[in-house]
Design a protein around this ligand. Structure first.
Ligand code: TNX
Length: 474
């Protein structure tokens, strides 16, 4: 049987959308493909004309959920149908991937822009498909964070977890507590006494806006009660030790703690959570909770309980690293797995897990012994390790229904710029994106590795620094 002809984008192709949300998505897609094609690609209301790419929201298509889409490419038109605007956006990302790699060029390329005739119906497996960026150990500028968001959005990931405070630096302006950034933001790992940096609330709002436009929800994290030295440098009275805390630029963990028995600590935490919650449209606030070595178990669980109440009072759902499950948690709370491969006690009712097992998802782990940046405490993590596992069978007793999704953290102890971040993230981000999106039964490593190889020319056009893993047939 003869294959159907492709749809070809030309100077006359119209982009059509119904309503504000669909129009916004269509405009973003148009601005992405305008430079390479050089075509006007004007966005207008739906018509009956041929030679058009149509983005349509359909209230009756509840079968697609908020993020699913249906894409049909015919010789004379392209149609993306979704129930939610996110679905239209993901459909447009798929369309982008079906175009020749040169579509990613920022300068005009004279070649035909064909898209094969096909129909795709696509709905994500997990609601949470995230990446975490540690902006505390090394600071990344607003533009660098946007570059990272672009990569996430391209692969239909939908959460950016920002690790905003740690021993080495406090990275977000808190207006009622100005010393946090005045004194706590000027350091980062490996010295640079006036390195560091922080986001003003306006900067943060700009990151949130840019992410939101690409259907990525920002999840802010303030790590506590440990990993908190930078805050104690600013407010030494909240440290229970008698010696005033000194700025820290090393990479040891577990040694600092805010004084959990002092009312002043909770007053500060309340100010911090309130101000961050007010500029965060997403539902979540990440309270950290990892690697505390200086408190008794009772002190630790008591602290987690009080902070989860503060987070709830400011209208957010708490997220915390896996250690928080030692405390009695409210239903709805999300515990982020990173280290264990079995649970010592069952999850409380309504608590769900976000899966970030180090040996599969930690993007700061080296690919192999020769990788320059990165650490290797969880082992070497090559692309196949990130791709070839099932979140629903990873932990005994924690099946699909107790899992919100997957997330890839990137800790920045050894990463001084976004180019190093990209080198560790790509191609493991696309690998984890597929773990989060596609049903387990429809994934196969052999098939994935050749599809992944075909992405590399795009990364080159986009100027993304990536690792040429020997596992991939580039
Ligand atoms: C463990 S993962 C940490 C971080 C480090 C990371 C380095 C987690 C919750 N805590 O403080 O940066 O290892 O890979």
């Amino acid at each position: 049987m003869a294959e159907r002809a492709p749809f070809v984008i030309t100077a006359q192709t119209a982009l059509e959308a119904d309503g504000d949300e669909a129009t916004r998505v269509a405009s973003l897609f148009a601005s992405r493909i305008r430079p390479a094609t050089g075509f006007p690609l004007v966005v207008s209301a739906p018509s009956l004309a041929t030679n058009s790419i149509r983005l349509l929201l359909r209230p009756d298509r509840t079968d697609l959920g908020e993020e699913g889409y249906e894409l049909s490419v015919h010789p004379d038109s392209v149609r993306i149908v979704a129930h939610g605007a996110a679905g239209l956006y993901y459909g447009a990302q798929t369309l982008r991937q079906l175009l020749p790699a040169e579509i990613e060029s920022d300068i005009r390329v004279g070649r035909p822009w064909g898209i094969p005739s096909l129909t795709i119906r696509d709905v994500p497996r997990f609601a949470w498909r995230g990446a975490m960026l540690d902006v505390a150990r090394h600071f990344f500028t607003v533009d660098e964070v946007k570059q990272y968001i672009d990569i996430l959005a391209m692969y239909k990931m939908n959460r950016l977890h920002l690790h905003l405070a740690d021993d080495q630096g406090w990275r977000i302006e808190i207006r009622s507590r100005p010393l946090l950034t005045e004194r706590g933001a000027v350091t980062e790992v490996a010295g640079r006494p006036s390195g560091g940096g922080f986001y003003t609330q306006q900067d943060y709002a700009e990151i949130v806006r840019y992410a939101q436009e690409r259907f990525v929800t920002v999840v802010p994290e303030i790590d506590m009660p440990g990993h908190i030295n930078a805050a104690l440098v600013a407010y030494p009275e909240l440290a229970c030790s008698r010696r005033p805390p000194a700025p820290y630029t090393g990479i040891d963990v577990g040694w600092s703690a805010i004084c959990v028995d002092s009312a002043g600590s909770y007053a500060l935490i309340d100010d911090v959570v309130r101000e961050i919650a007010a500029i965060t449209p997403g539902s979540w606030f990440h309270m950290g909770g990892d690697e505390v070595q200086t408190l008794t178990p009772a002190q630790y669980t008591g602290f987690v309980q009080r902070v989860q109440e503060i987070v709830a009072r400011h209208g957010k759902t708490p997220v915390g690293w896996e250690e928080i499950i030692e405390a009695p948690l409210q239903p709805g709370t999300i515990a982020q797995l990173w280290r264990v491969d079995s649970l010592r006690h069952p999850l409380a009712p309504g608590v769900r897990m976000l899966m970030s097992p180090g040996r599969h998802t930690y993007l700061d782990m080296k690919y192999d012994a020769s990788t320059e940046p990165g650490l290797h405490w969880a082992g070497y993590v090559d692309v196949r390790d990130t791709y070839d596992w099932d979140p629903a069978t990873y932990l005994r007793g924690v099946g699909e229904d107790r899992i919100v999704g997957v997330e890839a953290p990137i800790w920045s102890e050894t990463l001084r710029n976004i180019s190093a971040v990209e080198y560790l993230a790509v191609p493991r981000i696309p690998a984890l994106a597929e773990v989060g999106w596609s049903a387990q039964g429809s994934r196969a490593w052999e098939d994935f590795r050749s599809r992944l190889a075909a992405q590399a020319p795009r990364w080159r056009f986009l100027g993304i620094n990536y690792y040429r893993s020997s596992q991939i047939p580039w």
